[in-house]
Design a protein around this ligand. Structure first.
Ligand code: URA
Length: 192
């Protein structure tokens, strides 16, 4: 049977497959344009996301929005999801076993969206999706062709809030994203 957003969302919203399920307020499925050419992948919901049921709505999300805006992209025109859909308690990193449990939801989202570009936000996402030895400080902004996708890892916005000296590098990564979208003929943003 072919997958659908309805089926996927229904399964995800009712999932109790890992130890994160009992402590969540909301499942944080994902948000944005389901036909976007760009998919952003973070780690897992924080407190604000858990309460709102939407990824990247807390302070890190506000910074992400500013980067999108800075290169003329709108949040509603990309798709934003996480490796795990339920909040790890006290904002700890998601465990490998929790990611293993949840990653199929992200795979199915990726298949339904069929993006041209996947941007990994932070080390955990980049190590899982691009290369297990990915080093954000050294490899951020580099492009990797994997199957049908162009993939890039950049700083996690929460890390940028802790280390503002990395913000100019992160901006260059978003500019590189805009250039890649233009190169692939999928630019939908405002600024030319
Ligand atoms: N950090 C993440 O990785 N994802 C969110 O949704 C929020 C903060």
């Amino acid at each position: 049977m072919s997958d659908t957003w309805e089926l996927l969302k229904d399964e995800c919203m009712n999932c109790s497959a890992c130890p994160l399920a009992p402590t969540r307020t909301n499942v944080v499925f994902g948000v944005g344009d389901p036909k976007s050419s760009v998919l952003f992948v973070g780690e897992g919901p924080g407190e604000k996301e858990d309460l709102a049921g939407e990824p990247f709505v807390g302070p890190a999300g506000q910074l992400l929005d500013r980067y999108l805006e800075a290169v003329g992209l709108e949040r509603s025109k990309v798709y934003i999801a996480n490796m795990v859909k339920c909040r790890p308690p006290a904002n700890r990193d998601p465990a490998d076993s929790e990611i293993d449990c949840c990653i199929d939801f992200l795979r199915r989202q990726t298949r339904l969206i069929s993006p041209k570009i996947i941007v990994c936000l932070g080390r955990i996402s980049a190590c899982r999706m691009i290369d297990k030895d990915f080093k954000v400080t050294r490899q951020h902004g580099e492009w990797f062709k994997k199957g049908n996708f162009w993939m890039m890892g950049t700083y996690h916005p929460a890390a940028l809030l802790r280390n503002p000296n990395q913000k100019p590098d992160a901006l260059l990564d978003f500019i590189a994203l805009r250039e890649k979208m233009r190169e692939l003929g999928v630019w939908t943003g405002e600024i030319d």
